[in-house]
Each structure stands twice: as structure tokens, then as C-alpha cells.
Design a protein around this ligand. Sequence first.
Ligand code: NDP
Ligand code: OXD
Length: 324
Amino acid sequence: MDFIIQTIRAKEFYMSFVIFDATAISNDPYVTFLNEQFPKRSIQVWPDVDDPENVDYALVWKPPAELFEKLPNLKAVFNLGAGVDALLKSNVVPDHLPIIRLIDPILNQGMVEYVTWAVLRYHRQLHHYDNAQKRAEWLKLSPTDARTTRVGILGLGELGQACAQALCPFGFKVMGWSRSEKQVGGVDSFYGTDGLNVMLGQCDMVVCLLPLTDETQGILNTTLFSKLPKGAKLIHVARGGHMVMDDVTQALDEGRLEHATLDVFPEEPLRTDHDFWAHPQITITPHIASQTLPSAAIEIIADNARRLEKGDKPVGLVNRDKGY
Ligand code: NDP
Ligand code: OXD
């Protein structure tokens, strides 16, 4: 046993990491927390890499192709976020390398906070009170009943399930749609095309938490909106590519959608002259529904790196065929 532990420690001693987050203000926090986890190991920030042949693990968000061309002996790639659509689409990661996405309770918590805020805001009609305040109008609306308010979540994975479970205690009727059937306490599970149609017909609010894949690209379109009860609300926190923007505008104009809370857009940042910014029935946030927290992410990645060194399966291994 001592020998095994010593072998693992010895292997860890040689573990070497490269970090690159294209959107981070600074990669320093990742370096600091990784150093705490693996003191004295080689931790470098791309492109300043002294010994490219010896790098074992890359921690990346939107990396350049060159990174993979110049690091020939990588053992695995850690995605510094939950969604791997950009990484898979860029096709830069060699086929033989495992990609591990971020499954992190702190990321779940961030999404739970955002989705709960958006659902409660609609439930308590605060979007109407926000607009009334702008008109200096003392508007008093009839109260709504959580027990008759139905929330449907597209994507009942890590984030979708966490949000569904957080909404149940408020008394909402919570439903979720996924590829496979789920057993989540208090949540009605729907799957397949038929399941989607049945669920949509009952959604006063629909939350999108699907991964962006060939199958889900453009799913938030006129066809989907036409299946919702009139006046439904949309909370979109997945990826911009799910949403057909003109169809959102049309659904709002026709009253199919009453309001939309949008965190993600096909082109980010959203153009400053885009109509959505001033639309009275749209709330915009700049892709912040849940952001990777370096301290938390590094704990998860370090645990996974140790698993890989021991020959164990990491948590969050991406299925490239499925695209998530
Ligand atoms: P998961 O992979 O854990 O869950 C994805 C869910 O979507 C699963 O339930 C899966 O079904 C379902 N699904 C996938 N494809 C289909 C399909 N064709 N039909 C029906 N259901 C489908 O992902 P996460 O919950 O971790 O993350 C979801 C997405 O959230 C990420 O991909 C990312 O785009 C987005 N995100 C956005 C953030 C933001 O700040 N706005 C932050 C973090 C993530 P099954 O379980 O049956 O496979
Ligand atoms: C993610 C994101 O996928 O921040 O983690 O969008």
C-alpha cells in the first residue's frame, strides 16, 4: 500500500499543467489555486511554455489550435466551463485526447441562483413593476399562485436538475425534458419529441439549459414557441446558438411570449445597436448566469487529474459522439 501511495505521489511530482482561458481577465487565479493543489509542479500559462513535450494536462477555454499542435504529449484536456460546444466545434483537440468538462457544485449554485431569480421575478410579476416604475405608475396586479405556475426546463442534466430541485420547494409545478427519462424527486420527466410537445403545452415559463449540439441548434424557434401557452416566459441561459432571434421577436410581438430573460446570444457581446437592448419585454444579462470560479474549478480539476493518474475514470468525461 505504501508503495502504491509513494508511486502516486512520485507520479504527481512530475505532473505538468498548461492553462489558457481566452476570456479571463487574468489566468493568475488558476495558477495560484493549482499551485496550492500541486506545489512545486510545473504550472505554465500558454503561450509561455518552456518544456512543451512534458506537459500532461491542458486547462482551457476557447484555446487556439496551436496549443494542441505544440503540446504533443498531453494526457487530457480540462474544459474550464460546463459547455463544450465551442471546443468541439473548433475541432482543435486531437481525437485520442479525453475532454473533461466542468461539473462543479459552485457552478450549479450560480445557475440555481440565476434561474430562481428569473422564475420568481416572473412569478411575482416584477417585470411589470419594473416597467411601471419607469412610468411612475402605482400599478397593483392580482397575486399569482405558485401551485398553478408551471415551469418546464429543457435539459435535465447537471444544471437543469439542480435548478428543478431548487424550484420545487416554492410549490411550482416543475417539469424537465431530456434525451433519456429521469427520476428527479418532485419533477415530471419528459423525453423524446412527443414528450417535448406535451411538456411545452404546459409551460408558463420555459428555461433552456440544453447543451448546444447539431440536434439542439436553433431549437428556440417559432415552431417551439407556437406550442407554448399564450403569454409564456422564456429564460434562456444555455447558448446563443439555440435561439433564432427573429423568432423571439415575432413570438413577443404576437404575444406567444410575454417576456424573455436572455443571458446568451449567437454573437457575444450582443451588438450595441441590436433591437433587443431597448425591447421592453426583454431582460438582458451578459452571459453571467453562472461563471466559473477559479478556486472551485481547480479543486474539481485537481481531483480529476489525480483520478486520471490512478487510472480511474474522471467525472465529466465528454461523449464526443453526443456532443456534450
Ligand atoms: P449536461 O450535459 O449535464 O445536461 C444536458 C441535458 O440536456 C441532459 O439532460 C441531456 O439529456 C439533455 N439533452 C441533450 N441533448 C438533448 C436532446 N437532443 N434532446 C433532449 N435532451 C437533450 O449539461 P449541464 O447541465 O452541465 O449544462 C447545460 C448547458 O448549460 C451547457 O452545455 C452550457 O451550454 C450551458 N451553461 C451556461 C452557462 C451560463 O452562464 N449561461 C454556465 C454554464 C453552462 P440526457 O441526460 O438524457 O443525456
Ligand atoms: C459554461 C459557461 O459553459 O460559462 O460553463 O457558459
